[in-house]
Each structure stands twice: as structure tokens, then as C-alpha cells.
Design a protein around this ligand. Structure first.
Ligand SMILES: NC(=O)c1ccc[n+]([C@@H]2O[C@H](COP(=O)([O-])OP(=O)(O)OC[C@H]3O[C@@H](n4cnc5c(N)ncnc54)[C@H](OP(=O)(O)O)[C@@H]3O)[C@@H](O)[C@H]2O)c1
Length: 284
């Protein structure tokens, strides 16, 4: 297949490009400077020139706290553009795979959210991501709407990298323990997305690291795996006082038999830490 990836410079975008190439697909990888997804004419022209079989839209506004102040920017990229990408893909006969988020849910459940659960976002970011879902689904019948969560990987800033940096500087870190989610290794997710796009299993899919954990558990498991001697002190969300509200519980699971399942998140984390050590060895 020929895949066109938007937002290809982002943390997930880079991994989707890598996974697609490893799996023998042709890839047109477009970073923001090469294709701004908010520019409909540019989208249509580029898709018409490239004639992809499928478009993977990894472009997004991802600053969860920033979105509270920059609602317009968040809604333009996350709410409005995905429908335009999906429509432009449909015009050239391409399917579309879009990435949405666990933050479309309000966190009131105490067991993993499945595809049929009703979204009710708490934050501007969550609202903007939800706003992108329906127009994408409506604009292109051949759509994959994949909700994922708590991404970490080599290609961008993320919680695991932040906590490793802090762990190298301090004896103790204070980490939120009353938010539970599905930590997800980007490489695992990218492989699953590339497998999914080769199917006709359209619709909404929840794809995230298996199981559930809190940020404090993720921090502790990161230190354990990376052999960093740093204490994790659990704190509450209220103590963090961040601008955007976050769901207290947003672990994801799938109720669909055709959704790819990822390995349990501690195994994904171990794979990430091992690949990180390998890269540092090569760089050193
Ligand atoms: N990170 C997470 O924990 C998480 C959790 C759940 C879902 N997701 C979803 O997963 C997807 C990928 O996230 P990520 O973590 O890879 O984010 P990321 O690293 O921030 O990547 C997003 C990319 O989109 C680009 N972009 C922004 N505005 C654009 C525009 N108008 N046109 C084209 N490209 C644009 C960004 O470029 P610049 O850097 O130049 O702005 C960046 O390269 C997003 O849809 C996100 O909502 C992420």
C-alpha cells in the first residue's frame, strides 16, 4: 500500500513512518512545514498528486494544558482539520486513519473504557479531540478512528523521558497517583496502526498498552526498569494544580474482536527502556 502520513515529525508520526516502511509499504511522510492540515487547498492538491491508498493523520495540537488558553488553535487542528483530511482522502479514494484520545472521556468509570462508552471530555484538549471524531467519520466511510493514551517513545517529549531526567537529578519525585490510564509504547501502537490500515475493519478502535496504571506506577516502573535510584512519592491531582482537568480514570480496552491488542504496558515500557539503552550505546 501507499501510505501518506501527516504530522510525520511528531512522536507517533515518526513511528508510523518507520513501521510502515518495515512492513513494506510505500510512505509519503509529510511534516508540518510540508503539509499544514488546516489548509484545505494544500491537502487536496497534495493528496491528488500523491494518490495514496490510505492517509494516517498524526497531526495534532497536543499541549493539554496549553489548549485551555489556546482553544482556537487546538480546535482548528484537532476539531476542524481531521474532517478536511478525511474528506480530501475520500476524494482520491483513500481510507483515513485518525488518532483520538482517552481524554474524550470524563473518567467516571472504574473499568476500562470501550468503544461504545459515551465520551464527555473534561478539558479543552479533550473537547477538541472529540470535535474531530464525527466529521472524520462522516467525511470518509473508510475510516479508522483510533483512540489511544499516555504515549511514550523515542521521537518526542513524554512522561517517561521527563521522569528519567528528574530521576537523574533528584532523590525523590512527587508524582500523581489518582489518575489511572493505559501507558502506550508508540512503537507498539504504530505497528498496530499499520496492521489495522491494511484491513477493512473500519470504525472506532481503542488501541493502547494493555492493563492500567497510575502516573506514579509508571514512574516507579520506569525507575525499576532503568535501574534509577529515585523514590516516587505519590501525590494527588489537586496538589499538582495543572490548568487542564484530567480524567481520574481513562484506561482503554476494546470490545471489538477485530481490534489489535497491545502487550501489557510494563512490557512495552521494558522494550522502550531496552531500545533507549541500545541507542545510547550506539551514540556513545
Ligand atoms: N501524546 C499522548 O500521550 C497522546 C495520548 C492520546 C492520544 N494522542 C494523539 O496521538 C496523536 C499523535 O500525538 P503525538 O504524541 O505524536 O504528538 P506530537 O509529538 O505533538 O505530534 C503532533 C505533530 O503534529 C504536528 N502538527 C501540529 N499542527 C499541525 C498542522 N496544522 N499541520 C500539520 N502538522 C501539524 C506537530 O508539529 P509541530 O511540532 O511543528 O507543532 C507535530 O509534529 C495526536 O492525535 C494526539 O492527540 C497522544
Amino acid at each position: 500500500m501507499k501510505l501518506l502520513v501527516t504530522g510525520a515529525g511528531g512522536m507517533l508520526g515518526q513511528e508510523v513512518v518507520g513501521a510502515a516502511r518495515r512492513n513494506g509499504h510505500g510512505v509519503v511522510a509529510l511534516v508540518r512545514a510540508e503539509l499544514d492540515v488546516t489548509r484545505t487547498d494544500a491537502l487536496r492538491r497534495r493528496f491528488d498528486t500523491e494518490r495514496p491508498d490510505a492517509v494516517v493523520n498524526c497531526a495534532a495540537y497536543t499541549n493539554v494544558d496549553g489548549a485551555e488558553e489556546e482553544r482556537t488553535a487546538a480546535f482548528e487542528v484537532n476539531g476542524w482539520a481531521p474532517g478536511a483530511v478525511a474528506a480530501a482522502a475520500a476524494e482520491v479514494g483513500a481510507s483515513v486513519l485518525h488518532i483520538s484520545s482517552d481524554y474524550v472521556f470524563d473518567g467516571g468509570k472504574r473499568e476500562p473504557y470501550v468503544e461504545s462508552d459515551v465520551p464527555a471530555p473534561l478539558s479543552a484538549y479533550g473537547e477538541s479531540k472529540l470535535a474531530g471524531e464525527a466529521p472524520t467519520i462522516e467525511a470518509n466511510p473508510r475510516h479508522f478512528m483510533v483512540r489511544s493514551a499516555w504515549l511514550f517513545g523515542p521521537g518526542g517529549p513524554n512522561f517517561v523521558e521527563t521522569i528519567l531526567r528528574l530521576g537523574g537529578e533528584r532523590d525523590e519525585v512527587r508524582v500523581v497517583d489518582d489518575q489511572t490510564g493505559s501507558p502506550t509504547f508508540c512503537v507498539d501502537l504504530a505497528e498496530a496502526l499499520v496492521a489495522l490500515i491494511a484491513t477493512e475493519d473500519y470504525g472506532i478502535h481503542h488501541v493502547a498498552g494493555g492493563g492500567a496504571g497510575s502516573w506514579a506506577q509508571l514512574a516507579a516502573e520506569t525507575f525499576r526498569g532503568a535501574e534509577v535510584d529515585c523514590r516516587v512519592t505519590p501525590i494527588t491531582t489537586a496538589e499538582m494544580n495543572r490548568p487542564a482537568p484530567r480524567p481520574a480514570y481513562s484506561a482503554l480496552d476494546s470490545e471489538r474482536p477485530d481490534t489489535p491488542h497491545l502487550r501489557p504496558w510494563p512490557q512495552g515500557l521494558a522494550a522502550y527502556l531496552a531500545s533507549r539503552t541500545e541507542r545510547q550505546g550506539v551514540a556513545g
